[in-house]
Design a binder for this molecule. Structure first.
Ligand SMILES: Cc1cc2nc3c(=O)[nH]c(=O)nc-3n(C[C@H](O)[C@H](O)[C@H](O)COP(=O)(O)OP(=O)(O)OC[C@H]3O[C@@H](n4cnc5c(N)ncnc54)[C@H](O)[C@@H]3O)c2cc1C
Ligand code: FES
Length: 313
């Protein structure tokens, strides 16, 4: 019996750039050691890496936000999962881009990474989004900090599936929480029009919502999506929805997928420890074939699931 090489590995990556995008959002570009090319060249949008941040220093005291002062002192024993927002495996080297939000002790330490520093990571992990052959239209739905894997997916769809028309729906609490996007304002128009550059550069029509109405539609991204689906009534056989964001948003998107009979894939988040299916800390309750339920693992069976296989609670 031939043993197939493992599809994931542990690698060293050097920091090319770690740039702030507003107060809490950062774009981290990492160049992986050459050995990683064979593992990452076939990685798909939706997969992720687990980064070891245990050796990283904290920022100086005055740069630690008050709300993280206590938790910042915790030891970081576990690696942290991050989706790729982009992978470039050309020219015999692999560069991955991670978009992260500073939320706690690990991401606070990641802020201190500078060009030339190295980190250790495991990847590529989990499964990615599937792109069925017959689809003519893809709807991307990003809520809160759920944009990174969808930014990557948008690039893949544009490059490899030019015949698929893409529309994006992006929601946040306020305009300032529109995470990870370089927001461009069209100053030529009388009423300023916000363009999310990372989708606009691929000519992807994007609808924005904010809970407080500070940009775009006032309300939840799923309300805006429901309105558009009601107006356009896309054919379910030709359309697919891809969503990533908070669980409540994914659950509402899954309900719309059922109502409008459009297949939908969701990228779920769970607190993860091992990232490779050993510790069982990332369980997702799913339907089994006999109408009962079964627990799958977000790190190994996911993070991407079909919306109708998940039991939403
Ligand atoms: C598959 C996957 C992909 C991810 N991709 C990204 C990404 O591209 N960019 C990004 O910024 N973050 C991403 N995350 C979340 C990221 O892993 C966490 O924000 C990070 O681990 C926080 O570490 P911390 O020590 O800074 O904060 P912690 O102290 O660990 O967490 C701070 C707060 O965030 C909550 N939190 C932490 N992790 C999660 C999680 N997985 N789901 C829900 N709440 C959580 C905690 O409950 C706590 O309230 C991803 C998570 C998963 C599972
Ligand atoms: S994180 Fe350990 S099994 Fe998923």
């Amino acid at each position: 019996m031939t043993t197939l090489p493992s599809k994931k590995g542990i690698f060293t990556a050097s920091v090319l750039q770690n740039r702030g995008m507003g107060a809490q959002f950062f774009r981290l570009s990492l160049e992986l050691e050459k050995r990683a090319n064979a593992f990452f060249c076939a990685a798909s949008a939706g997969q992720f890496v687990e980064i070891d941040v245990s050796q990283l220093a904290l920022p100086v005291e005055k740069l630690i936000p008050e709300n993280l002062a206590d938790s910042s002192q915790r030891n970081i024993l576990l690696r942290r999962p991050f989706s790729f927002a982009d992978i470039d495996s050309s020219n015999d080297c692999t560069i991955i881009e991670i978009l992260y939000c500073v939320l706690g002790p690990a991401t606070l330490r990641m802020k201190t990474l500078k060009t030339g520093d190295t980190v250790n990571l495991i990847g590529p992990l989990g499964n990615g989004f599937t792109i069925p052959e017959e689809k003519k239209s893809a709807i991307l739905v990003a809520g809160g900090m759920g944009a990174p894997p969808l930014i990557h997916l948008a690039k893949v769809l544009k490059k490899q599936h030019q015949d698929i028309e893409i529309t994006a729906f992006v929601g946040a609490k306020t305009k300032n929480d529109l995470a990870f996007f370089d927001i461009k304002t069209d100053k030529l128009k009388k009423k300023p029009d916000i363009t999310l550059h990372q989708f606009a550069k691929h000519n992807i029509k994007t609808f924005i919502s904010t809970d407080d109405g500070s940009a775009g539609f006032k309300g939840f991204v799923t309300e805006m999506l429901k309105n558009r689906l009601g107006e356009n009534k896309p054919a379910g056989a030709e359309t697919i929805i891809y969503a990533c964001g908070p669980e409540a948003m994914l659950s509402a998107t899954a309900a719309l997928s059922g109502e409008f009979k459009i297949p939908c894939q969701v990228s779920l988040e769970r607190l993860m420890a091992c990232g490779i299916g050993l510790c069982q800390s990332c369980a997702v309750k799913c339907k089994d074939k006999n109408g009962g339920d079964v627990y799958k693992l977000c790190c190994k069976d996911g993070p991407v699931f079909w919306a109708d296989e998940v039991i939403w609670e």
